[in-house]
Design a protein. Structure first.
Ligand SMILES: [Zn+2]
Length: 163
């Protein structure tokens, strides 16, 4: 193996070797699969090409990288020191597109769940967030959780319902 991989490629490679992919999207998929939910991935026919599509529940899930999707106040969202304006503009366009995609999908009758990578990656909050995603998919009301609603992205989605 030559030493020409980027850190990201290397981590994917190592994950593949160990048979354990820890990318946020994979963690969500694996959890849903274990819970018996079946889905399709990267559906390009729907607005925004949702990461996970659960047709039976008319639900789509996006697992958003905190940098690319501009997670305000998140330690993973730090604009680079050089070309800062370029990056700011680029990410603001991404945020605007995400918003538009949410509206389009909801108007089509889909339930939209967005999860930040920083919610899924740490083991401390992962289980709670995954449970909440599951409940949101199958339509159970949220139970009492350790994490306040304000800390969880998907809670904000609950306030708007286009169905
Ligand atoms: Zn974040």
């Amino acid at each position: 193996m030559t030493d020409t991989m980027t850190p990201e490629q290397r981590s994917r490679c190592m994950a593949a070797v160990k048979g354990k992919d820890t990318r946020p999207e994979i963690l969500v998929r694996r959890f849903l699969w274990k819970r018996g939910l079946r889905y399709r991935v990267n559906n390009r026919r729907l607005p925004g090409s949702p990461d996970i599509v659960l047709k039976k529940y008319k639900t789509v899930i996006f697992v958003d990288g905190c940098f690319w999707h501009g997670h305000e106040g998140c330690r993973l969202y730090k604009l680079p020191q050089s070309n800062t304006d370029f990056w700011r503009q680029k990410i603001h366009l991404n945020i605007a597109r995400d918003y538009r995609v949410n509206v389009e999908l909801r108007l089509m009758g889909w339930k939209v769940i967005r999860v930040w990578e920083c919610e899924i990656t740490p083991k401390s909050t992962r289980e709670t967030v995954l449970e909440r995603i599951y409940n949101k998919i199958i339509g159970l009301p949220p139970r009492n959780y350790d994490i306040p609603d304000s800390d969880i992205n998907i809670a904000a989605e609950d306030t708007v319902d286009y169905r």
